[in-house]
Design a protein around this ligand. Structure first.
Ligand SMILES: Nc1ncnc2c1ncn2[C@@H]1O[C@H](COP(=O)(O)OP(=O)(O)O)[C@@H](O)[C@H]1O
Ligand SMILES: [Mg+2]
Length: 351
């Protein structure tokens, strides 16, 4: 049965069959700004992108296989392996640079602890013997350098063209707009293309060295800003951060759709500010009851951790000492992340 026709909009198909996003992505239709558009039909999308190289017959056949069987067809075109157009090229770029995995940390809205989770992931991976760097992709609210107490400007490399990232006390390379601005407090108001240009350079023109993981702190939200950054980088997986409150507001669903439409994968979700640990051992759920289970259902990804509101986090992050933070919950976050990370590295000894 032909349930899906070329005249249907991409958005309506993805809405009804979320996995169709993966098929579109494989056919080079992961340009989310278009895929997200409520009005663009499959036909218009396929003729407008990929230089007219999209094989409509095969695309329609694969989409209808999904609609009929509920399963993705077996022999889809080779994975683009990344968000955005030119994905193949970008993936190759990462390999060439010796960066194994680019993990983007995303949140529906600001202030939920996205940067904190990006920082904790990097710190924990480093402790476990992985090589890791942090690309602060939140151009307008860069908070990574402050959390790590890094102020030193990136040095110009010997080749005169690329930059050597600044290093944290613990030796984590960090690249942030914040480090390039004359004044730390200065605001950057840039339009999309400039942001993606800068971020692409943070990736390609920075000497990261060999990395197991490059953690990217995305701008908050589910609109242009995070999307632009995601498309500028060969992202291999997304970690979604939210709070018990945020789930109620449909933000999580939006974030999940955005990632899917980019052809990406949510590797895990983190519920931050889940509770406050009381002196009597009980948990005070100040932002309402934990939404862990609903979160897992909405994202179809594992819950990696519930992080409490911990004054120690706020204190250390403000003092630039996040590398000193330790807690059972952050350990759990790391253990679970390594479990679900795109590729395990069994040769690495756990410290
Ligand atoms: N679990 C937590 N306990 C205490 N403070 C937290 C926690 N998570 C985040 N914070 C603090 O809340 C503020 C916002 O966190 P941040 O990671 O910058 O959010 P985002 O990047 O999502 O805007 C920061 O000052 C941070 O130190
Ligand atoms: Mg932030």
């Amino acid at each position: 049965m032909t349930l899906i026709t070329p005249e249907m909009t991409i958005a309506s198909v993805v809405d009804r069959w979320p996995d169709a996003a993966r098929i579109f992505a494989r056919y080079g239709l992961s340009c989310a700004s278009c895929a997200i558009s409520k009005s663009e039909t499959i036909l218009a999308g396929a003729t407008g992108h990929g230089g007219g190289r999209v094989n409509m017959d095969e695309l329609m056949r694969d989409l209808n296989t999904l609609a009929d069987t509920g399963k993705l067809p077996d022999n889809l075109p080779a994975a683009n392996a990344t968000a955005g157009p030119g994905g193949m090229k970008m993936r190759g770029m990462a390999e060439q640079k010796g960066i194994k995995h680019v993990i983007a940390v995303m949140s529906g809205k600001g202030g939920v602890g996205k940067s904190l989770v990006a920082g904790l992931l990097a710190v924990g991976l480093k402790r476990r013997g992985f090589t890791v760097g942090i690309l602060d992709g939140d151009i307008t609210g860069p908070s990574i350098p402050r959390m790590f107490g890094v102020r030193e400007k990136p040095a110009v490399a010997a080749d005169g063209k690329s930059l050597v990232p600044s290093k944290s006390r613990g030796g984590i390379p960090i690249m942030s707009m914040n480090l390039l601005l004359p004044d730390e407090g200065e605001a950057v108001i840039w339009r999309g293309p400039m942001v993606s240009g800068a971020i692409r350079q943070f990736f390609s023109d920075v000497q990261w060295g060999e990395l197991d993981y490059l953690i990217v702190d995305l701008p908050p939200g589910t609109s242009d800003a995070p999307l632009t950054v995601m498309q500028a980088l060969p992202v291999s997986g997304v970690v979604l951060v939210t709070t018990p409150q945020a789930l109620a507001t449909l933000i999580v669903g939006k974030a999940v759709r955005l990632v899917k439409q980019l052809g990406g994968d949510i590797v895990g979700v983190v519920e931050n500010m889940s509770y406050v640990a009381m002196p009597d051992g009980s948990k005070n759920e100040v932002f309402g009851p934990s939404q862990g289970l609903k979160l897992v259902i909405a994202s179809n990804a594992p819950l990696m951790a519930k992080l409490p509101i911990d004054p120690e986090i706020a204190r250390l992050a403000d003092a630039g000492l996040i590398e000193s933070y330790e807690s059972p919950e952050s350990e759990e976050l790391l253990a679970n992340f390594i479990e679900v990370a795109p590729e395990k590295h069994p040769q690495v000894a756990v410290a």
